[in-house]
Design a protein around this ligand. Sequence first.
Ligand code: HEM
Length: 426
Amino acid sequence: MTDPADPFAQQTRTADGPPPGCPAHAGAVSLTGLDFQQTPSELYRTMRREHGPVAPVLLDGGIPAWLVLGYTELSYVTSHDELFARDSRRWNQWENIPSDWPLLPYVGYQPSVLFAEGDEHRRRAGVITDALEGVDQFELANECLLIADDLIRGFAGSGQVELMSDYVHPLLMRAVVQMCGMPATGDDTRQLVDDLRISLDAAEGEDPVAGYNRVGERLRQLVKEKRMAPGPDVTSRMVMHPAGLSDEEIVQDLISVISAGEQPTSNWVCNTLRLLLTDERFAVNVSGGRLSVGEALNEVLWLDTPTQNFIGRWAVRDVQLGGRQIREGDCLVLGLAAANTDPQIWPEGHVGAENAAHLSFSNGEHRCPYPAPLLADVMARTAVETLLERLPDLVLSVEPEELVWRPSIWMRGLMELPVQFTPVVQ
Ligand code: HEM
């Protein structure tokens, strides 16, 4: 029988059974497939019931890891860097990971702030925090408004649009790229925005690695330009920061800022629009209902958070967590969505939006750097409000059950959000 404290460890090879170390027969849950894609919150509930606050899971290709589902356990993991560290080179599974593993681009080590530890992390994260602190929130809101209006003008006359590709992603990409010191329009910016999309979410026939390399090239050039002629933007503030980061360090961290900024914020907007368009509680106030937009944004962070899981942390030494024996080098996936709905913190079954103690921006040393959540809020709020103000009779063009979620372990967001409205004559 399997030791419940060590479900990965029942591994004697049978004639045609799994190889040693394979947790497939030990009740580990796969974080891939349709159930996970469409209804992850049900899966998290079942896992919590069957496995407790720390569950054995299988990542793509059957690679074992732990999903931290409990609010208390997740808070503990993220506030104890000396036990659960960020450098993925610590992983004890690298020998089982093929070179084309789909999660590799985001889990494989890169010399960026994301994988830095200790003093080096504080140096890199400090520069990003200071650079983001310099962003004027009113200017950012105004720039988002201009971009939103420009995009809405492009489809307002048609009476229908697919919002993810024609509004949400381009709006957030343009806003973040502009915050980093590139003009919001022009061929050069369009190319960067397109390459960023390809590197994160390549369509058929597109090469994500080539896209990623072109992004690096363009940002290298941007850093050079800002060294020569700094301006009031994030890149210039990083270049001029007394910590003295090298050009290459700044390029790496700019890629982190741009991709860590665009993807979750887009999905925050997406999930908020879906809530507003499908939940009767919001229906009455939808057009121009500023209060309800704020409530919806907040509720999404608790119940349908954009970064549903984050990979992750790696155990520095053998340690007990949530009744499990975690081995040195094991990978822990931060179950942010699951922790936010942990019944331990909502004992009366009432998951509410009365405070901001959710873990959607994570926690501890590596959490989303402080000014970023505020800036994300400004951008997301402007994106949602502007759309609803300009097209007040917006409705979904499909039934809510027909909406398809992205097949992503990280992000909770829709593939498409098709809507219709009364065409606006311009
Ligand atoms: C302006 C928009 C944003 C920017 C510039 C931004 C930037 C970043 C950066 C640079 C990091 C790496 C921090 C580190 O490793 O020290 C990070 C981490 C993170 N961000 Fe954000 N972010 C933004 C919006 C968001 C949003 C909207 C969410 C979700 C609601 C989010 C959730 C997270 C999470 C979960 C992490 C991982 C922290 C961890 O490892 O514990 N971010 N963000």
